[in-house]
Write a protein that binds this ligand. Structure first.
Ligand code: ZN
Length: 246
């Protein structure tokens, strides 16, 4: 519709000029036109610019971002650019990437959401009876918190990563510069641990650190193998750090 509106909006004398002269159509007397609320000089417009203007008109910020920023006011839109990119680096498994996108968009199936969607009649945690928000499911619940403390301890003694993971680190990830394989591996651990928590809670089972490590071993073996298929001779495997200790 927008494209048709655009074509229709081209003045007849421009069309005649283009038909008569083709690529050599004169730019003399080029005029300004309005696209949306902004005015653009015709000389500066090409199809790519017009396309971007039209796309930007329909792009809206996901409401989940506003919710996260309300809760964690130190975050901003730029942080979310990184958070949205992060799952694609932290795992090649599409299921894991989708899982993290659901968390970012606040549509992962914690009992609060299940009640909101009319699937269950309660919104409480099966372990402690507290209201189970996404934050509770992945961070605040006592049993989960204990698991993260075991993970932090393991990180310190096996990978020399001394970190106290915050609720934001766990829910949204730890942004990292390109080629920082240590933080890449850390994000894989965070993502896979969340997946382990989610799956185990769905099965109404208790969490065990050693079971979590077993999940990590399976996933990292897969990532290591897949990454190895695309490596050139002498190039390091980005998952080597975790592969060596699991
Ligand atoms: Zn709980």
């Amino acid at each position: 519709m927008d494209y048709n509106s655009l074509i229709t909006a081209i003045p007849a004398k421009w069309k005649a000029n283009i038909i008569q002269y083709g690529d050599k159509a004169s730019n003399e007397n080029a005029e300004d036109i309005f696209l949306g609320k902004s005015c653009y000089n015709v000389d500066c417009l090409n199809s790519k610019t017009i396309y971007n203007i039209l796309v930007n008109r329909i792009v809206t910020v996901p409401t989940a971002i506003d919710r996260w920023i309300d809760e964690f006011p130190f975050l901003n839109d730029h942080d979310f650019t990184n958070f949205f990119l992060l799952p694609n680096f932290a795992a090649t498994n599409t299921k894991m990437q989708v899982f993290q996108f659901k968390i970012i968009h606040r549509i992962v199936a914690c009992t609060s959401n299940l009640k909101k969607w009319g699937i269950t009649d309660h919104n409480t945690c099966s372990q402690c009876g507290t209201i189970e928000t996404i934050e509770h499911l992945f961070f605040y619940c006592n049993e989960v918190h204990t698991l993260w403390k075991r993970i932090e301890n393991w990180l310190k003694y096996t990978l020399d990563i001394d970190i106290s993971l915050s609720v934001v680190d766990i829910i949204l990830g730890v942004p990292f510069p390109q080629n920082d394989n240590l933080l890449l591996n850390l994000n894989h651990i965070i993502l896979m641990t969340k997946w382990y928590i989610y799956k185990t809670r769905l099965e109404k089972q208790n969490l065990f650190f050693l079971h979590c490590l077993k999940e990590l071993t399976t996933s990292i073996s897969m990532e290591y193998y897949i990454a190895g298929l695309h490596l050139e001779t002498g190039q390091p495997n980005k998952w080597q750090i975790l592969y060596d200790v699991l």
